[in-house]
Design a protein around this ligand. Structure first.
Ligand SMILES: Cc1ncc(COP(=O)(O)O)c(C=O)c1O
Length: 528
């Protein structure tokens, strides 16, 4: 819950004003204990500073504040100590436009309009009986009204989100605003300086030479395949237990996805089955005409595939390996970061991903200079030495500068979010290990926990129970790709990839994000 504090509330708390001062402090402490985020509207700061300074002067003169400091120094010190405990919400130019022409108090109007721009449940707390909001849907209460509201809603807890981007935004709102405003100011909307900065930071995070941002995780898969010249007659080995994009890009280029079943514990491509599939390609009359070219392992749900074994198979047969790290950026394999585990890697900044933007975005990571140069060209219509020199066919595959600014803001908290995800996963596994099959993370891996997915023969019953308790769940993935219409021409049938098929019948995912607290998790787990 977000509580926007009006000037008079802060003055009451700081200066111990009024007979009901203790009740207000108790309410403030109660809200804080319940995890509320307190906000203050930047537009009201001059009023707060002015009135606070006047009142402090008066209280010192009348002997009710005893200090050796000057009134100005005392006032400054008190505000400096308090303000870091509140988040600041900015007033935008559009808020000024939204003030009704006959509104009696423009500051009240701006405070309420700024408050209404905070995502999630937001309440304005004021002691001013004449406070007039300009935001029709914003609840405005004095401390008695707020207490009553909390009592009334105690039995109606807020909905549990599957992914909580609003909670994340509250942590980084100032960085996001700064990023957006900087782009609005410099105006380099295409390939602005934020793109270069993001690419440098991504490359350094993953420990690779090149990071090339692009318009989506799907294009991040497509660009390396185009750079390798993949086309008709080529076989690319991949898993059928993934999001469509992984195999879609192969087929879009006219090449053939050759599915390989997964490991039942990690849900990632089985290296032993991969080795067998490469060898049997030429022995099968349906595939003998195909040339083995590459492998796309997927780091499903955030856990890296077994790259040492996959890379060994690939090396033996002269195949490239493209790591689909769309779900796993931030995870590690044998101490190395995902994105650095194969010849080239694709990551996605789809909003729900561990590192997401506020739209579509992605990046390709590699140590290979030549491949990087070709992919940079492909990203911009096969560009050569200048804009109108087109040396190959490519894409309009650039990432927007604005989206890069968002990812940069999120990178600032990404490390702590990955750590928080470990704790959320640990709590789930501890609570649910006797109820369902909880995720297995190989000892040489850490997961980025894009999803927390469990297996059960009672999936339907459990999903229904959770739904009844207000807990959202999702199934990734209900039908493996070899049984999807898009690949029907390949002639696969049920039973071809039994491990993937069994997983798709028993798997479901629980709410997972770094801001999931233990109380909410207890509620989720007790609904099983
Ligand atoms: C495994 C996998 N690969 C590729 C993609 C495609 O990423 P995007 O949605 O950014 O195009 C996704 C997105 O969900 C994914 O989960």
């Amino acid at each position: 819950m977000n509580i926007v504090l009006d000037v008079n509330v802060i003055l009451d708390l700081l200066l111990k004003r009024g007979l009901d001062y203790h009740s207000k402090v108790a309410l403030f402490d109660q809200l804080r204990a319940q995890g509320a985020t307190f906000w203050f509207a930047a537009c009201a700061l001059p009023s707060l500073e002015y009135i606070h300074a006047q009142e402090v002067k008066h209280l010192i003169r009348s002997g009710r504040i005893n200090t050796t400091l000057s009134p100005a120094a005392f006032a400054r010190q008190q505000l400096d100590a308090f303000l870091p405990s509140v988040a600041i919400i900015s007033t935008l130019g559009c808020h000024w436009q939204d003030i009704p022409p006959d509104h009696p108090d423009r500051e009240d109007a701006l405070v309420s309009l700024a408050a209404a721009s905070i995502p999630g449940q937001t309440i304005l707390w004021t002691g001013d009986r004449t406070f007039q909001s300009a935001a029709p849907d914003l609840p405005v209460y004095d401390h008695l009204g707020l207490k009553q509201y909390l009592e009334e809603t105690a039995s109606r807890p807020p909905a549990i989100p599957f992914v909580n981007l609003a909670a994340q935004q509250l942590q980084i709102r100032d960085r996001v605003e700064r990023g957006i405003i900087t782009v609005l100011k410099h105006g380099s909307y295409i390939m602005g300086p934020e793109i270069k900065e993001l690419e440098t930071k991504l490359a350094s995070y993953a420990g690779v030479k090149h990071a090339i941002t692009c318009s989506s995780g799907t294009d991040a898969l497509l660009m390396p395949l185009m750079a390798y010249g993949v086309g008709p007659g080529d076989a690319i080995f991949t898993t059928p237990f993934t999001f469509i994009a992984t195999a879609e890009v192969i087929q879009l280029l006219g090449a053939t996805p050759v599915f390989v079943d997964i490991d039942p514990k990690t849900f990632n491509i089985d290296p032993k089955a991969l080795a067998e599939a490469v060898i049997s390609l030429g022995k099968n009359p349906r595939t003998e005409h195909l040339k083995p070219r590459g492998v796309i392992p997927v780091d499903l749900f955030g856990q890296p595939a077994d790259y040492d074994r996959i890379n060994a198979v690939a090396q033996k047969h002269g195949l490239f390996v493209l790591e689909d790290a769309a779900q796993s950026f931030g995870a590690t394999y044998k101490g190395r970061q995902t994105g650095s585990l194969a010849d080239v890697a694709a990551i996605s900044f789809f909003p729900a991903k561990p590192l997401g933007c506020y739209g579509d975005g992605g990046a390709v990571l590699t140590d290979n200079d030549e491949l990087a140069a070709i992919m940079r060209s492909i990203r911009v219509h096969g560009q050569g030495t200048h804009k109108y020199d087109n040396v190959r066919l490519g894409l309009n595959g650039r990432m927007d500068t604005l989206q890069a600014a968002i990812v940069l803001a999120k990178l600032g908290v990404f490390g702590q979010e990955i750590t928080a995800r470990q704790e959320v996963a640990r709590r789930y596994s501890q609570a649910l290990q006797k109820v369902v099959e909880v995720p297995y993370v190989a000892p040489e891996c850490s997961s980025a926990w894009a999803q927390y997915s469990v297996l059960s023969d009672r999936r339907e019953v459990l999903q229904a129970k959770l739904k009844e308790a207000g807990v959202p769940t999702a199934i990734y993935y209900p039908l493996p790709l070899h049984l999807q219409g898009a690949f029907a021409h390949m002639g696969h049938k049920a039973g071809d990839f039994p491990v993937s098929e069994a997983a798709s019948k028993r798997i479901f995912s629980l709410p997972m994000h770094p801001y999931l607290n233990s109380a909410t998790q207890e509620k989720i787990c007790s609904a099983f």
